[in-house]
Design a protein around this ligand. Structure first.
Ligand SMILES: Cc1ncc(C[n+]2csc(CCOP(=O)(O)OP(=O)(O)O)c2C)c(N)n1
Ligand code: SF4
Length: 297
């Protein structure tokens, strides 16, 4: 399992250029910075269409494709090419949006996990297709207003449950799977460094709030991200060869209401709808606590 790495231990060297085109307060930009610092000098990066070109100004060799369903195939090709020339020491990294991971990229992701490709897939999850205007994805929290699930007489926002891709990857037998959050950088760095040392398919899914799509003040990104973890809306855990470990386990979770009310996308919620979300969060949390330290299947 991983161990949290304090920020001062990771070193001062930066791997991204000082300015980028992301919106102020973009969680994805924080992911990009921390991932590159954790991996250091020896990685290549696959990039597919997403908000990434606005903030992945990482100083590392990278290959970009416009088709955002293609990350699994692209990373597989790079990894196998490197193996062919005897460079398996190079980490093959993808920092991929939730649309490109849980929806349109899922087939390639699942196939790469099945083949146990030697790649590190980091999903930055802003819970929608933000680059094209904020359409809902399979990662969007229920009842959120998005541009394809607007609020009106006949619509209460997104109705489906979230697709839990970290657990799906773990059930496929991936050697290492973790969730993380931009509000817990020590935890994220620890998981990245741990993943770097493992061969085979590794998957880290990072909650990366988006002020533009979620409707909050850009200065509050970390506050919102922290609230998601503290309320159980985004639990932090890792699964190493099938064994689950909860990385953040407070005595009591914060009520989800406090976190939801900070975000414009949930402004329309009724008390009953908040209760439904709270019920689902509580049920999932109890199952995680039950499985903590044991095998997930
Ligand atoms: C096959 C295909 N369909 C649609 C598009 C247009 N497109 C580009 S980026 C994008 C959204 C990507 O969403 P996500 O992966 O969640 O990343 P984010 O934009 O949130 O960073 C879409 C629909 C495309 N490039 N390729
Ligand atoms: S739309 Fe959201 S994810 Fe995209 S650059 Fe802006 S803040 Fe970041």
């Amino acid at each position: 399992m991983s161990r949290p790495i304090p920020l001062h231990e990771i070193g001062e060297k930066e791997y991204i250029d000082p300015a980028n085109q992301a919106c102020q307060g973009c969680g994805g930009a924080i992911v990009s910075r921390l991932v590159s610092k954790a991996l250091g000098d020896c990685f290549v990066r696959a990039e597919v269409a997403c908000c990434g070109p606005a903030f992945m100004n990482i100083r590392a060799p990278s290959i970009y494709v416009e088709v955002f369903e293609g990350a699994g195939a692209l990373m597989t090709g790079i990894s196998r090419g490197l193996k062919r020339i005897g460079r398996e020491d190079v980490v093959v990294l993808g920092i991929i949006g939730d649309g490109g991971t849980v929806d349109i990229g899922y087939q390639g992701l699942s196939a790469a996990a099945e083949r146990n490709e030697n790649i590190l897939w980091v999903c930055y999850d802003n819970e929608a297709y933000m680059n094209t205007g904020g359409q809902k994805s399979g990662a969007t929290t229920p009842y959120a207003a998005t541009t394809t699930t607007p609020i009106g007489e006949y619509s209460r926002g997104k109705l489906e449950r979230r697709k839990n891709v970290p657990l799906l990857m773990a059930m496929q037998g991936a050697p290492y799977v973790a969730t993380a959050s931009v509000a817990y950088p020590e935890d994220l760095l620890g998981k990245l460094v741990h993943a770097k040392g493992i061969k085979g398919f590794r998957y880290i899914h990072v909650s990366s709030p988006c002020p533009t799509g979620w409707g909050y003040d850009p200065k509050d990104t970390i506050k919102v991200a922290r609230g998601m973890v503290q309320s159980g809306l985004w639990p932090l855990y890792e699964v190493s060869n099938g064994i689950l470990k909860l990385n953040y386990k407070p005595k009591e979770l914060k009520p989800v209401r406090e976190v939801l009310k900070m975000q414009g996308r949930f402004r329309h919620l009724t008390d009953e709808e908040v209760d439904r979300i709270q019920g689902e969060v509580d049920a999932f949390w109890s199952r995680l606590v039950e499985k903590d330290g044991g095998n997930i299947f």
